[in-house]
Design a binder for this molecule. Structure first.
Ligand SMILES: Cc1ncc(COP(=O)(O)O)c(C=O)c1O
Length: 444
C-alpha cells in the first residue's frame, strides 16, 4: 500500500465514511486538479461530476481565483470580525446584496453551510423573543430536508440515515411531507397534480402559527434528501402561506445558490423574497469555507437597540468572514460576469436534458429529474411498482465503483445517481460524462 494511504488509515477518520469499508477500498489520493478534472497519485484522472461536494463552480485551480487568494494572503490573512472589519467582507456584502432578492438588506457572515442555517434559525427565534412573541419557538420543515450536520440544522432536517441516531438531541420541530413528485405523498401524478401536497403545510401553519418562528425550505431542489426537484408553484405557495400566517421564511440556498439551477439563486425561478437566505458551498467556487446568512432590514431593526435592552445577537465563529475566503468569493462573483457563466450554462442545458432523456428507457431508471446543471436518475428495482432497492443491495456503491473505473466521480445518494456539474463544463466534456454514466447504468 502507498505509504501516504497507510498513514491516512493510521490517523484519519473520514466524514460520511464507514471506516471499515475504507479499509477495503482506500480513499483516492488526489494530488492536483484543473478545470473539471481531478488527478490522483497513480496517474488516473476523474471528471468531477459532483463539483467536489457541490461547491466547485468555475473549475478547479482557476487562475483568477488563485490570484485573488494570493494577493489577499499577502495583505491580510485573518482578523477577528467583532470590532474590526475589512475590505473583502465589505465588498462581498455589497455584491451579495446586489444579486439576492430585494427583501435582503443585511449580511451576517459565518464559515459553512450548517452555521449559515444555525444563524438563520437563531435569528428568527430571537426575533420573536425580542418583540415579545415568546411562544413562537418552533420550526417547520420538510420530511426529506437536509440543512446540515450541526444539532440545530439536524433538528430541521429529515434524512433518517444521517440523523436518526441523534434525534434525542434535537429540539422539537414540525414536519410536513416533501413535494417528492415521483413518490407523491398525495398519490397524484403529473397530469392530476394541483400542488395538493401544500395542504398539510397549510394545515400546520393554520393550527400552530402562534408557536412557529419560521418555515425552512431548500428552494426547488432537496439535495441530500435525494436531489428531489419540485415545482416552483409549491415554493410560491409556501411563501404566500408563510406571509399569511406571519411566519418567517428561511430559504437554504447552500446547495442551490450560485448558478447551480441555471439562475443565480433557485428562489429566482419562483420570484420568492424570503426573510432569511443561507448561502455557502459555491460562494467561494469551492475554494475556501464561508457561510452567509442574509436577512431583511425588518429583522435587523428588531435587534438594533441600547445594549441594556439585551437584544444583541450573540453568535459568531472564529473564522467568520475570513478575508481570504471573502476575496475568493468576490473573485468568483466577478468571474460570473467576465465569463458569462450563466449564459453559457443556459446554452448547454437543452443538450444536457436531451441526453438525460435517453436514460429514461433503461431497465432500472424509475425517475429522471433535472434543473440547471443538476440531473438525477432514481434507480428502482421495478419500474412499474417503483419498488426501491434496499440499502443492503448497495446499488449506489456499484455505480460509484464503476464510475471510478471509467474516470468519473459519481457519488449516488443511495439509489439516486446524480450530476451536480461545475458550471464551467464544456459540451464535449458533458457528452463524455453522460456517455460513460449511461453505459454504467445500462450494464448494472
Ligand atoms: C441545503 C444544504 N444546507 C446546508 C448544508 C450544510 O452545509 P455544510 O456541509 O457546509 O455544513 C448542505 C450540505 O450539503 C446542504 O446541501
Amino acid at each position: 500500500m502507498d505509504r501516504w494511504l497507510k498513514k491516512d488509515s493510521q490517523y484519519i477518520w473520514h466524514p460520511y465514511t464507514q471506516m471499515k469499508d475504507s479499509r477495503k477500498q482506500a480513499p483516492i489520493l488526489i494530488e492536483r486538479a484543473k478545470g473539471i478534472k481531478l488527478y490522483d497519485n497513480q496517474g488516473n484522472s476523474y471528471y468531477d461530476t459532483i463539483s467536489s461536494w457541490w461547491c466547485n463552480v468555475h473549475g478547479h485551480n482557476h487562475p483568477r481565483i488563485n490570484e485573488a487568494i494570493r494577493s489577499q494572503v499577502n495583505r491580510l490573512e485573518h482578523v477577528l470580525f467583532a470590532g474590526f472589519t475589512h475590505k473583502p467582507a465589505i465588498t462581498l456584502a455589497e455584491k451579495l446584496i446586489a444579486i439576492t432578492p430585494s427583501s435582503l438588506r443585511k449580511v451576517f457572515f459565518s464559515d459553512n453551510g450548517s452555521t449559515a442555517v444555525e444563524v438563520a434559525l437563531k435569528m428568527s427565534f430571537q426575533y420573536w423573543q425580542n418583540i415579545g412573541r415568546r411562544k413562537k419557538t418552533k420550526f417547520l420543515s420538510l420530511d426529506y430536508a437536509y440543512h446540515g450536520d450541526t444539532v440545530g440544522a439536524m433538528s430541521v432536517s429529515g434524512v433518517d440515515l444521517f440523523n436518526k441516531v441523534f434525534s434525542p438531541l434535537f429540539f422539537p420541530s414540525l414536519k410536513t411531507p416533501s413535494p417528492y413528485c415521483y413518490r407523491c405523498p398525495m398519490k397524484k401524478d403529473k397530469s392530476s397534480c394541483g400542488i395538493e401536497c401544500i395542504k398539510p403545510l397549510e394545515k400546520i401553519l393554520k393550527a400552530k402559527n402562534n408557536e412557529i418562528a419560521a418555515l425552512i425550505l431548500e428552494p426547488l431542489v432537496m439535495a441530500a434528501g435525494g436531489m428531489i426537484i419540485y415545482p416552483k408553484k409549491y415554493l410560491k405557495k409556501a411563501h404566500f402561506l408563510a406571509r399569511k400566517y406571519n411566519v418567517h421564511l428561511i430559504l437554504d440556498e447552500v446547495a442551490t445558490g450560485f448558478g447551480r439551477t441555471g439562475k443565480m439563486f433557485a428562489c429566482e425561478h419562483a420570484g420568492v423574497r424570503p426573510d432569511f437566505m443561507c448561502v455557502s458551498k459555491g460562494i467561494t467556487s469551492g475554494y475556501l469555507p464561508l457561510g452567509v446568512t442574509l436577512t431583511t432590514n425588518k429583522v435587523y431593526r428588531v435587534f438594533y437597540a441600547d445594549y441594556e435592552q439585551k437584544k444583541t445577537f450573540y453568535h459568531g465563529h472564529t473564522y467568520t468572514a475570513n478575508p481570504i475566503s471573502c476575496a475568493a468569493a468576490c473573485a468568483s462573483l466577478e468571474l460570473f460576469k467576465k465569463e458569462n457563466t450563466l449564459e453559457k450554462v443556459n446554452n448547454l442545458l437543452p443538450f444536457f436534458y436531451e441526453k438525460l432523456e435517453d436514460f429514461r428507457d433503461l431497465k432500472f431508471v424509475g425517475d429522471l429529474r433535472y434543473i440547471g446543471m443538476i440531473g438525477a436518475i432514481e434507480l428502482v428495482k421495478n419500474k412499474k411498482t417503483k419498488q426501491a432497492f434496499s440499502l443492503k443491495e448497495r446499488i449506489g456503491l456499484k455505480v460509484y465503483r464503476e464510475g471510478l473505473k471509467k474516470g468519473l466521480i459519481l457519488r449516488p445518494l443511495g439509489s439516486i445517481v446524480y450530476f451536480f456539474l461545475p458550471l464551467c463544463l464544456k459540451k464535449h466534456q458533458l457528452q463524455k460524462v453522460l456517455k460513460k454514466t449511461f453505459l454504467i447504468i445500462k450494464n448494472l
